[in-house]
Design a protein around this ligand. Structure first.
Ligand code: HEM
Length: 240
């Protein structure tokens, strides 16, 4: 659980940094080109299959451990005061993880599956090589996921890609999708505040020299900054 959890934390950081391109004021070009790279680069494609397996393993092994823990005490305590020796986040890891799993299924059905198997229209960007000015608009479908070429005649660079950016922008105009995303990011935050430092404890990294840093990264990076930046994406498109 610890190793797969830390791998998923690394994925979240990479996914966040890539998705930050949604905030670029370029009509989605950087984000759309990035999406092509992420879905065609052979090394990343291979890693993605590992990622799906790890998500499934981490979620279902976690739920199995929660049920084993329950079975270990078939007769419940007459009085439970969880607060006495544990944080609520540690006692709710199974519930928080289940919420995140449901989010990932919904999220992948919405964007990933549509991009891979659905009908995503193409967009063409025309960038003036001399002054950098850019225009863009719908394009007829092409055979591949991306075509990029420079025309000496017009002095323009043409980029044609699937317009995943508009799919994201349109989805985040729905208030209930924005709300679900924001609530799911709260679950990610609470899950990781406990999960990140707990993973190091499981791996035996428990030393006064490192404990402060691990706690700091767990709380500030994975508990606050990462979920807030992810949640800012749906909110940004909604209020635009
Ligand atoms: C809230 C902001 C987010 C946005 C705008 C976003 C956007 C996207 C998009 C457009 C894709 C499909 C294209 C691609 O594969 O690169 C994708 C894939 C994915 N997202 Fe997100 N995402 C967000 C947050 C998250 C979070 C918080 C998680 C995990 C808890 C997550 C997990 C995934 C996974 C597992 C995939 C499939 C990756 C792969 O095929 O390699 N996403 N996301």
């Amino acid at each position: 659980m610890a190793l797969t959890g830390l791998f998923l934390c690394t994925f979240l950081l990479v996914h966040l940094i890539g998705n930050l391109q949604l905030f670029k004021a370029d009509g989605g070009m950087a984000f759309n080109v990035y999406a092509v790279f992420m879905t065609t680069n052979p090394l990343i494609k291979f890693t993605s299959y590992g990622l799906y397996a790890i998500i499934i393993f981490h979620a279902f092994w976690g739920l199995y451990l929660v049920s084993e823990n329950k079975k270990a005490r078939p007769v419940a305590y007459a009085m439970v005061d969880g607060k006495a020796n544990s944080q609520w986040t540690s006692r709710w890891m199974g519930v928080l993880g289940t919420i995140i799993l449901a989010f990932i299924v919904m999220h992948m059905a919405g964007f990933w599956a549509k991009y891979k198997f659905g009908e995503v229209p193409y967009v063409q960007y025309e960038r003036n090589i001399v002054d950098g000015s850019m225009t863009y608009g719908p394009s007829a479908p092409i055979e591949s996921k991306k075509e990029q070429f420079v025309s000496a005649e017009t002095g323009m660079e043409y980029t044609i890609v699937k317009d995943l950016y508009t799919e994201v922008a349109v989805a985040f105009k729905e208030w209930w999708i924005v709300l679900l995303y924001v609530l799911a990011m709260a679950a990610v935050s609470f899950h990781l505040v406990h999960g990140f430092s707990s993973a190091f404890q499981t791996l035996g990294v428990h030393h006064s020299k490192y404990n402060g840093l691990i706690k700091f990264v767990g709380i500030w990076v994975f508990g606050i900054i990462v979920p807030i930046l992810f949640a800012a994406m749906p909110v940004y498109f909604f209020i635009q």
